[in-house]
Design a protein around this ligand. Structure first.
Ligand code: MG
Length: 277
């Protein structure tokens, strides 16, 4: 029995376009009741919003099969109530947030109080309304001893024909100004990978990590002790794959043109994708 941790952007879709064979691949996992989670560094959407977005692209995944860096950040705070800088707090329940709906929702669902008033923790993700005032407040929280948790370290994200800065670029400003380094939750951090593996209820060596990014998906999978498969449908392509792997210093177990090729490799000739997809 194997489980699957699957990336979203560049693996199942690109922006608003589904990637060929993605819907069939997911439908096959469901049909055969194979354990899987979609694991995303994107903290901006809730798992319900991700599920709706996938449905619009013809990919049927219930919210419970989606695990975001926001949910993993909330889980990390639940499991690490101590803050060495602020030992007067037995429980860190007060959290300042720089982020969007997905992050705020995940923290509130886990029972944290979102506040700018003397928070014990600063949790930061992508925030497309980031301002100088937010930067200033964040730096002052950290200088007062708040623990700094970063949902994901991505510097840049694909956006339309170009790119846009990710959570990691905002973190660079906060880190430079405060001198405080964050705890990183998202891929390639083993924190999100280990929580996801635990949710599957499998040993890491029985889990395939599948994604398009050598730096995050493959590195994260390697660090967590999983099997790794790089698909050439997003950041990595047939043109740049060698360079991407050598820069990331990783070697996936499989390099596949797409999810159909992965399925043939792993499920063999018995793989029959649902014909309607
Ligand atoms: Mg990706």
């Amino acid at each position: 029995m194997k489980g699957y941790l699957i990336d979203l952007d560049g693996t199942l879709y690109r922006g608003n376009e589904p990637i060929p064979h993605a819907a069939a691949f997911i439908a096959n996992l469901h049909r055969n009741q194979l354990p899987y989670l979609l694991v995303t560094n994107n903290s901006s959407r809730t798992s319900e919003q991700v599920s709706l977005h996938l449905a619009e692209l013809g990919i049927d995944v219930p919210p419970g099969f989606i695990y975001t860096s926001s949910q993993a950040a909330a889980q990390y705070l639940l499991e690490h109530p101590e803050n060495p800088e602020r030992s007067e707090y037995a429980e860190r329940r007060r959290v300042a947030v720089i982020g969007e709906t997905g992050l705020k929702t995940a923290l509130e669902a886990a029972g944290f109080e979102l506040t700018e008033d003397n928070p014990e923790t600063l949790v930061q993700g992508i925030d497309r309304d980031f301002t100088y005032a937010k930067l200033t407040a964040a730096v002052n929280h950290l200088r007062a001893g708040a623990l700094y948790v970063l949902t994901n370290p991505d510097h840049m994200l694909p956006s339309g024909p170009g790119f846009m800065p990710g959570a990691g670029s905002l973190a660079a400003a906060i880190t430079t100004a405060s001198g405080v380094q964050p705890v990183i939750i998202g891929k390639p951090s083993p924190i999100i990978m280990n929580y996801a593996i635990r949710k599957l209820g499998l040993a890491a060596s029985d889990v395939w990590v599948i994604g398009d990014n050598a730096d995050t998906d493959i590195k994260g999978g390697e660090l967590a002790g999983c099997k790794t498969a790089l698909v050439l449908t997003g950041v990595a392509t047939s043109d740049n794959v060698k360079e991407q792997l050598s820069r990331a210093g990783v070697q996936p177990h499989l390099i596949c043109k797409d999810l159909h090729e992965f399925s043939l490799e792993v499920f063999g000739n018995s793989y029959r994708p649902p014909s309607s997809l």
